[in-house]
Design a protein. Structure first.
Length: 478
């Protein structure tokens, strides 16, 4: 955090009419070093300064990118992740990694580091469409992880409480708990399910850089980010540079997405609900998926119209088919019944269908069940994998299925969802049964034998998460 070379207004501030903010003039407590301990102290100093000076622009950050940090970043990557255009795997890089990391450190600090284009791959979405992903080269992943570690010290002090996606110490279940708590305890009668169309593909790169410049004034870090934004993608041997967006799937993309949405959405929402809303407004955002609760319908409709204009300013738009305003809450069922309408509509968020219902005492509650189309897609995926493993020994396949089912239960085993999980478990057992019958070309494999295999290899069905209100209250003691 050195003295600023120039005392001038950033382009983002002038473009948005923000007040001039001060540069970080104080020196760090530790000098640039390759010592892990001193590096940690330096990053702690960055976080402390970001917390105490909300308008500080950090002019010297790259010296925190040490060999130790690069090493930690390398070992934090997934070992079995696909390789990028360089074709280098994690295991190959680990051989001689110290020399490689030392060379990478030197190139980054000399300005000789060059970002490689991402390798374009596609994964199938639930609706059958293809979602493009960008697989970065291994050294790009390492440097991106290191830069993200540094920048997170700043932005974790800036991001708002209702932002949950891709943040340390915050999970999807934290977002689900916060949403359930708000629906139960706050005055929510209408829910807006806001879905941004193709967010990662359509965010404006120039706006993204301006947003980052609100807090980061180190030209070397800014150049690194711009290198990744301009690196482009390789698809079938052809290079292209999209004019908008950042490759979904890269290490740095989640942080950049959160920064973009922090300035384009989160801060604006906070101002809107304090200045324009007539009633209560609650917000829960996970990446580009946001759920908002409103006390009054007029607030919900006005907000939706204003949100369209706000997003358009930054090159974004709401998905017309996936964005909905519905009546949802403690009075929804009674009001709709009085009007001669059906049951309250439901909405999906983070893999769960949220249903307006009642508990055993007749009081309003929010029931959550698995989204059926996701379950069907998962079973279809497992069916294909079981076919590929058809001739593997039963214990080997059973061990694999145990890990699959346990992972599924770890996420979906919430109160009220055991019936759906039982359906998933039974259907998967049936798929395994048909695979074994096809393998042996014998149709007389008894179902009782499969039930025994299920008891042997499938984990016990039980609730693994507390009620959202209980967990949220425990983690938010105020």
């Amino acid at each position: 955090m050195n003295h600023s070379n120039k005392d001038k207004r950033s382009s983002a501030e002038s473009g948005e009419g923000r007040p001039l903010i001060k540069e970080n003039a104080s020196q760090p407590n530790t000098h640039p070093t390759q010592s892990g301990e001193r590096m940690s102290q330096g990053l702690a100093g960055v976080r402390k300064a970001a917390r105490e000076h909300k308008e500080m622009r950090f002019t010297a950050l790259l010296h925190h990118l040490t060999i130790d940090l690069l090493r930690e970043s390398f070992y934090s990557l997934k070992r079995k992740a696909a390789s990028g255009v360089d074709g280098v795997t994690w295991q190959e890089y680990e051989s001689g990694s110290e020399n490689r990391l030392s060379d990478l450190h030197g190139r980054v600090h000399r300005g000789a580091y060059r970002a490689l284009p991402s390798r374009r791959v596609y994964i199938e979405k639930e609706d059958g469409r293809q979602r493009p992903l960008g697989v970065a080269a291994l050294e790009d992943k390492i440097v991106q992880q290191a830069v993200a570690t540094i920048l997170n010290q700043i932005y974790e002090e800036d991001f708002l409480g209702f932002s949950y996606g891709f943040r340390s110490g915050r999970s999807q279940h934290d977002a689900l708990d916060a949403l359930s708590y708000a629906l139960l305890k706050r005055k929510v009668n209408y829910v807006l399910d806001a879905d941004i169309r193709g967010f990662f593909d359509n965010l404006d790169k120039s706006w993204l850089v301006k947003f980052i410049e609100h807090r980061v004034a180190d030209p070397r870090v800014l150049r690194l980010i711009q290198k990744w934004l301009r690196a482009g993608v390789m698809e079938e041997g052809k290079w292209s540079e999209p004019q908008t967006g950042t490759p979904q799937g890269s290490v740095i993309s989640p942080l950049l997405a959160n920064v973009y949405l922090h300035y384009s959405f989160d801060l604006w929402v906070n101002v809107w609900r304090s200045k324009w809303a007539q009633g209560e407004v609650v917000v829960v955002r996970y990446a580009d998926d946001a759920i908002l609760g409103f006390q009054y319908r007029t607030d919900a409709d006005r907000f939706l119209e204003n949100l369209r204009g706000r997003l358009a300013k930054f090159g974004l738009e709401l998905h017309p088919d996936k964005t909905r305003r519905i009546e949802f809450g403690r009075f929804a069922e009674e009001n709709r019944k009085h009007r001669g309408e059906g049951k309250p509509e439901t909405f999906d968020f983070l893999g769960f269908k949220h249903i307006s219902g009642k508990n055993g005492m007749g009081r309003f509650t929010v029931r959550r069940t698995m989204i059926r189309r996701r379950m069907r897609a998962k079973l279809q995926e497992l069916k294909q994998e079981l076919h590929r493993r058809m001739h593997d020994p039963v214990p080997q396949t059973g061990g694999w299925l145990r890990s699959v089912v346990q992972g599924y239960f770890n996420y979906y085993a919430v109160p009220g969802n055991l019936e759906s999980l039982a359906v998933f478990r039974d259907r998967l057992l049936g798929l395994w049964w048909r695979t074994l019958r096809r393998r042996s070309q014998q149709r007389h494999l008894p179902w009782t034998r499969m039930l025994a295999l299920g008891r042997r290899w499938f984990p016990q069905l039980r609730v693994l998460h507390p009620y959202p209100v209980v967990r949220f209250a425990a983690s938010h003691l105020r």
